[in-house]
Design a protein. Sequence first.
Lengths: 239, 322
Amino acid sequence: MINFENVIKRYSDGHEALNDVSFSIPRGEMAFLTGHSGAGKSTLLKLIMLMERSTSGQITVGEQDLSRIPKRQIPYFRRHIGVVFQNHRLLLDRTVFDNVALPLEIAGLNPRDIGRRVRAALDKVGLLSKEKLTPIQLSGGEQQRVGIARAVVNKPPLLLADEPTGNLDPELSEEIMKLFAEFNQVGVTVLIASHDLALIHHMHYRVIELSKGNLLESNGFASAGKSTADQPERSHING
Amino acid sequence: MVETPRSSGARSANPPNAVNNYFNHHTKVAKATLRAQLKTPFSTFFTCAVIGIALVLPTLLSVLLSNIQSVNQGWDGSAQITLILKQGVPSLDGGVLADTIAKKQSIKSSKFIDNETALNSFKTHFEFADAIEYLDENPLPHVILVRPDKSLNKIEHIEQLKESLVKYPEVDSAMLDVAWVQRLQSITDLLERAVWLIAGMLSLAVVLVLGNTIRLAIENKKEEIIVIKLVGGTNAFVQRPFLYMGIFLGFGASLFAWFLIHWVLYMLNTPIEALAQSYQSTFSLSGLGFESTLFLLILGMGLGWFSSWLAVRKHLGDIEPT
């Protein structure tokens, strides 16, 4: 589903966020992306989302070479990826229902289908009764679950999350992670950036570790940052 | 990229449905935008008022212009040709000629004035009556005053008529009193040009004011725009509410301008009627007709759409998720 080959990302100020990173996440897998802050986790997710373009190397997502996607096609590409943010990024002046409905409205569904799908997604995250409230009226954990509902309402084959439990206490964090695992069980590929190591090790999923822009470890199998082209193969098998 | 059964809803739906959904979406965005505007009635009103006032001046000028043009057209006999008859032509012949001319096409009236009448008129109207007493004989010629029909509203046509009248053997020369017609025409030409210039400049002002309003609205919605772009919203989707906002503000401004113009005309009408009465006329100002009202509305909405389109084009590209 996701394939990085010798990806380098250098910002215009010379800062090298990713240094020759190669890995692969097969369809249907769930993996964690860890590393201290500034290790390049966010950059990696941004590259997948096409919020940034790589300086060199090849990234493919769902068989699509990202360097071949022109700017005006980016919105259509993003519709196939669900994203959950640390600060949930909900629109505070809209109801829970409208927040979750946003991706479907963008995709141009009719109101009847939108209502059906939004309620299904809210039901999945256990917030069906709160559709008429605004995000401010919800607790932190509930807000994050609304964010997840919005990410999955479109039934994307790939789900990304950037520190989804960053603002939550351990109990709520585990709940949220379990929710991700449930989506993974129905076939969604999931990649979660997180530095909540205790929780990650508790969950027994593959771990991709970044350090200063280098790929340090993929599921405990050491892989040097300066990896070779065969590295994705290895991580593929390991995953 | 992904071959999941759901894929994107709009494209997998059958065409009439997709079109339907598209219009549904537009209606929804339009309604939501209108509701948001009405939620802040004061700022919406003031924006509309500012733009409306900018629309008033050119519209008002064009209304006054069309009123002047209607004065021009409605003038009783837009020009007058004075035929001066040769010395020695008997007044009886002059009267017959006047009748002959009156029967011609495109002549409204033709009036013979013999030299005695003219002299008497001189004596009563002017101070030098005494001086005229000293004259041995009447120095004035007979004249025929010819007024062309209204259908002859072009100066060239009146000139042609004059040339044809000079050909009568009794006629010595002819004078065409067109100076005031030409003067009025050049005044209206000048005004027309001024209207266009002022309209152009004020339209620019409208675009700037509205553009700035929309720019602020974009700034306020920055977070929302970023989120929409992150979940796959196209630029067209993002800019739609702003375009509707521009159209609605333009509409409100046109409405405001319409009322203001009628108020101004109402205020001007009393003195203008008094003025017209002093010329024995019943002229009064006419307001915006149906067509002008429609034009004003379309102009306002068009300018609104155009300014927000410009603002959106300039500022939306800068807002990208980072």
